[in-house]
Write a protein that binds this ligand. Structure first.
Ligand code: ATP
Length: 134
């Protein structure tokens, strides 16, 4: 099976570079399934899990938005943040989720709902990805 090189980069530095057979990601306008030889494209990513299918193993990465750049032999993911399951602090994500839920339920005028909603989505995504291989 042919492979493509997948590189995941965040403002904190590189997270991963490996060969995979297929990349599945959620772009803002829908799901993408990328195999070697795919036509070049750039797509904005949602807060979601990226699935990287290798030879006999599948890796999951929690990404908090960013961009996916596809070339026939390479996929580059530039994300605001990206974590592999074993890097995720589930307790921290649970606390972030509770904080965001409290803000969204609050009646106060100074709550930035969009920000709280994004924080909630990031936290839920991390909790899901941390459990993805269990
Ligand atoms: P928190 O409120 O817990 O900081 P957040 O969603 O606001 O969560 P981000 O701004 O998305 O955090 O990320 C800041 C940095 O912290 C990034 O490097 C990200 O990878 C890391 N990070 C955030 N939450 C977690 C977590 N639960 N486990 C591991 N790393 C995390």
């Amino acid at each position: 099976m042919k492979t493509l090189t997948v590189s995941v980069v965040t403002p904190d530095g590189p997270v991963l570079e490996n060969a995979y057979e297929m990349v599945s990601a959620k772009a803002e306008n829908g799901e993408l399934g990328i195999l070697p030889g795919h036509i070049p494209l750039v797509a904005p990513l949602t807060i979601s899990a990226v699935r990287l299918k290798g030879e006999g193993n599948t890796d999951h990465i929690a990404v908090s938005g960013g961009f996916l750049e596809v070339r026939p032999d390479k996929v580059t993911i530039l994300a605001q943040s990206a974590e592999m399951p074993d890097e995720i602090d589930v307790e921290r994500a649970r606390k972030a989720k509770e904080r965001a839920e409290r803000r969204l339920q609050s009646q106060k005028d100074d709550v930035d709902f969009k920000r709280a909603e994004s924080a909630l989505r990031r936290a839920i995504n991390r909790i899901n990805v941390a459990g993805a291989n269990k």
